[in-house]
Design a protein around this ligand. Structure first.
Ligand code: BMA
Length: 883
């Protein structure tokens, strides 16, 4: 008599609705469909459209978004259950559902599940389920026009401005699918998450939450679950059983014995009941964020089983993991009276957020919902090798953790991510800043729109709140700033009020307070804390720095607007967005171009740049620091090196200002298709130069160099919880390896802070800037978990360095079953060494784009994948270059 959940899987079909202006069921020309899926994917599989990622094929499939589509399946039921539901975990978006020809319901929100009781409606034998999807683009346009025709002038924009007030504002659907400055316009529709037939003969667990209270060494965990009972059953009990504890490395420890609790009696009577129980956990293992040190990952998780029983029979069971931690967002007044702090404190420790922004990693997010890992338990995930290239989300989160990232911001133009994503963040100790999915637009916020926002937020918060990684709920992306700065004013569009404000300032905080009071809420990003102060304030709240790249605001003397050294002017307290665009890697280009497209200014290469910046400007930015890209490979190499320098410049600057600044979330970690964008990992999962730079600039102990007039200063930034003292040496060296100057310092930096630790005069280097670099190295005197830190600074632009042939030599050997050991040695200085093994895709572990000083060598272990067979084979595939 168990609750069952059966996925309606195999025999879906689909077709265009009403292709000739009329429709009778028999006219339909069905094609096979896959569920979960999006209509674009089904059309591609059936040969109706070309891959929209390929060349400029995106253009040719615009008609798909103007069309209505219908999906249908037939499923058998042997004995129709009395108490049953059809659960649609995700429908994208405007759908009409019929079961056996009768209307079952309508849906209008992609982000949340929809469930309909079907008890009396199922037939013995075959049942037909049909879902019609209306064009979200057309319906959005109609709703917008309708709104504008009937609402007061206070509640609308004077004129429809497609970008900020148009179809997407009126449909609760992932906003990036309407096209973004890194993504194609593929509005699409479809059954993007599974459909389940749920039968509940006796009882099921609907929802649950836990609240933790810490005492000295213990934690008291209160678990509250919502249980639904079918009519007419006897006594039922609920159990809550903690089992194993896992640390972030997957090591297990059995703590279950003796601390289970239950049974708790579920009150009698049909319908929903809330039950709760208290667990006491001693010898606590706290969940802590990623410290960047693989050996000491401390993201401890407890497994927890929730069951409903009667006698010995479980009717329903839910396996979860919980983590015990406390997250605060501190906004104490600045001790110097300069505004307010903005810092995350986890388990009583201030954490500098070293992070990135996360976008959905595919333009059609059903691809990710059906990801192979989707249905696996934590244990199964742990036991799998994570080498399968198609496990995109798992690889991305792991790559983020490997790069020292401890926070990801799930950006508001995307989706609430999958359970799989949050499970991975729990496991790897990555804090999640979660935007509600509203971005860069005004939104209707009255009547039915306000109520829909409340329903959506309640469902989303309930789904995500139990993940220990969750650190912040944020109302939207850039909407407050948009209103404050009146974006669009130049085109004559001004907004009478902050449309959407009611949602971000009343509805969403009320939902978070009721459903997830342990997690802080922040109404927008960027936001200052009050509407009196500019959301982009440097003294209050978080801030997006788009002065760099988008050419806004002030510039440093001698630095062109938009260029990355301007980061050094930013005094912000928490940089939640900033970034610099670069080309994707060659594997991505090979996928999305034809051979004749493969040059930097070809129409197809330009099509795969959506930044709307002007392509000349983009190339100009590269040209400020690096030589002009003449080939596609040049474009990849120089734009990526430039992006790596940009992020390094900004992030090292903010980390030097630790204490005032408490976080950097660069824009953006990942891509959703092959494109030139701000990402550091492209759609083929190939890391860009900036990804490897990230491993260096996000190291827990950083030495960084900055020019200040005639001196170069060396700063230490320490994210470890111990004071550190050690030897700091700063040298000036020629490209041949001659030492021109060397100075040693007794460097010291307090735990969890930053300090200026030494400086060296550059006065004698005047006129030699193009022939030398400054190198710093710091070695702690005692064991702190990090052996050393080093860094390097050029005194001239890379393109102007007077380099001679670096005399690189390479050797390749097989190493173990799966790896190739590549050793690269330099006779003279080799900046930005870039190796490539054709056929190897997405190896984020094998270091790349590094500098080799004269007489230095480095050995890199490369996962050879399936393409490369032997070391000899690898030799033929290797290419290598430096500046
Ligand atoms: C901000 C983000 C995104 C955008 C990025 C780059 O506006 O929130 O909307 O992709 O900058 O322009």
């Amino acid at each position: 008599m168990q609750t069952t959940r059966t996925t309606l899987g195999d025999n879906w079909r689909f077709t265009e609705l009403n292709p000739r202006g009329g429709w009778s069921g028999s006219d339909l020309d069905w094609m096979p469909a896959q569920v979960p899926g999006h209509v674009h994917l089904d059309l591609m599989r059936n040969g109706v459209i070309e891959d929209p990622f390929h060349r400029m094929a995106e253009r040719a499939c615009a008609w798909v978004d103007e069309t209505d589509w219908v999906y249908e399946t037939t499923f058998r039921v042997d004995g129709p259950p009395a108490h049953a539901y059809l659960l649609f975990k995700g429908l994208d978006t405007i759908a009409e559902i019929t079961l056996n020809g009768e209307e079952l319901g309508r849906t209008d929100n992609m982000f949340i599940p929809h469930e309909f009781p079907v008890g009396g409606r199922l037939r013995r034998g075959d049942n037909t389920l049909r879902i019609i999807f209306r064009s979200a683009l057309r319906v959005g346009r109609e709703r917008c026009a309708e709104w504008m025709a009937h609402c007061s002038s206070e509640d609308t924009l004077p004129d429809t401005n497609w970008a900020r007030w148009g179809p997407r504002s009126f449909v609760r659907k992932a906003q990036y699918m309407y096209g973004w400055d890194w993504g194609p316009e593929l509005v699409s529709c479809g059954i993007w998450q599974p459909v389940e037939l749920v039968t509940v003969p006796i009882a099921r667990i609907l929802d649950w939450r836990y609240d933790v209270e810490f005492t000295d060494d213990n934690a008291v965990v209160t678990i509250t679950a919502e249980v639904e009972r079918a009519p007419g059953q006897g006594e039922i009990e609920a159990y809550f059983l903690p089992g194993m504890v896992f640390d972030g490395n997957g090591t297990e420890d059995d703590v279950g014995a003796g601390i289970g609790c239950g049974p708790v009696t579920v009150p009698a009577g049909e319908g929903r009941h809330v039950v709760s129980a208290v667990l006491e956990i001693d010898s606590l293992k706290i969940w802590n964020p990623n410290s960047g040190d693989e050996e000491s990952s401390r993201a401890n998780l407890y497994s927890l089983q929730l069951s409903v029983y009667s006698s010995d029979e479980p009717f329903d069971t839910s396996n979860q993991r919980i983590g015990l931690r406390k997250v605060e967002l501190r906004r104490d007044p600045d001790p110097d009276g300069l505004g307010q702090e903005f810092r995350f404190r986890v388990n009583g420790c201030d954490v500098f957020a070293k992070g990135a922004n996360w976008i959905p990693s595919h333009s059609l997010p059903s691809v990710l919902a059906s990801d192979k890992f989707g249905g696996l338990t934590f244990q199964e995930v742990q036991n799998r090798t994570e080498r399968e290239a198609d496990i995109r989300v798992a690889n991305l989160v792991k790559a983020a953790a490997d790069a020292g990232i401890n926070m990801l911001r799930v950006w508001g133009g995307g989706v609430y991510e999958s359970r799989h994503f949050y499970d991975l963040c729990d496991q790897h100790g990555i804090l999640v800043w979660q935007d509600f999915p509203y971005g860069c637009a005004y939104y209707p916020d009255k009547a039915e729109y306000a109520e829909a926002a409340r329903i959506e937020a309640t469902a989303a918060v309930r789904r995500i709140r139990n993940h220990p990684c969750l650190a912040l709920w944020c109302g939207n992306n850039e909407n407050a700033e948009m209103f404050h700065d009146q974006w669009g004013k130049a085109e004559g569009v001004t907004a009478p009020r902050y449309l959407g404000e009611h949602i971000y300032h009343e509805i969403l905080p009320a939902v978070v307070a009721a459903e997830d009071p342990k997690t802080p809420y922040w109404p927008s990003s960027p936001w200052s804390g009050t509407s009196e102060i500019d959301p982009q304030s440097e003294d209050y709240g978080d801030r997006h720095n788009w002065n760099v790249w988008h050419t806004k605001g002030k510039t440093m003397e001698g630095v062109p607007p938009g260029d990355w050294p301007n980061y050094l002017l930013d005094r912000g307290r928490f940089s939640s967005e900033f970034g610099f665009s670069a080309s994707c890697g060659l594997n991505a280009w090979e996928k999305c171009t034809a051979p004749e497209d493969r040059w930097p200014r070809s129409p197809v290469v330009r099509w795969h740049d959506k930044t709307r910046k002007g392509y000349d400007k983009y190339l100009e930015y590269i040209g400020l620091h690096f030589p002009e890209p003449r080939t596609l490979e040049d474009l990849v190499y120089f734009s990526q090196a430039n992006q790596a320098e940009a992020l390094k410049c900004g992030i090292e600057h903010w980390r030097r200002n630790k204490g005032r600044c408490w976080g950097t979330l660069f824009w953006q970690l990942n891509d959703c298709w092959p494109v030139q964008s701000w990402s550091v990992i492209d759609s083929e999962m190939d890391p860009k130069a900036a990804y490897f730079a990230c491993k260096r600039f996000y190291a827990p102990l950083l030495v960084s160099l900055v020019r200040n007039g005639d001196t170069v200063e060396a700063h230490l930034t320490n994210d470890l919880m111990d004071d550190i003292q050690g030897e700091l040496t700063i040298t000036v060296e020629t490209f041949d390896g001659d030492l021109l100057t060397s100075e040693a310092f007794d460097g010291f930096v307090h735990a969890n802070s930053a300090a200026n630790a030494g400086e060296i005069s550059m006065a004698s280097m005047k006129g030699h800037e193009r022939d030398v670099y400054v190198y710093a190295r710091f070695e702690p005197y005692w064991e702190v978990g990090v052996k050393q830190a080093e860094n390097l600074l050029f005194l001239a632009e890379p393109k102007d360095l007077r380099l001679s042939d670096s005399g690189l030599t390479v050797s390749l050997e097989a190493s173990g079953r799966r790896s190739i050991a590549l050793t690269i040695a330099a006779k003279r200085f080799a900046p930005y060494v870039w190796w490539r093994l054709s056929g190897v895709v997405g190896d984020t572990r094998a270091d790349n784009f590094f500098h080799l000083r004269a007489h230095e060598s480095r050995t890199i272990l490369i996962d050879r994948g399936d393409a490369v067979k032997t070391a000899d084979d690898a030799r033929g595939r290797l290419s290598i270059r430096s500046l």
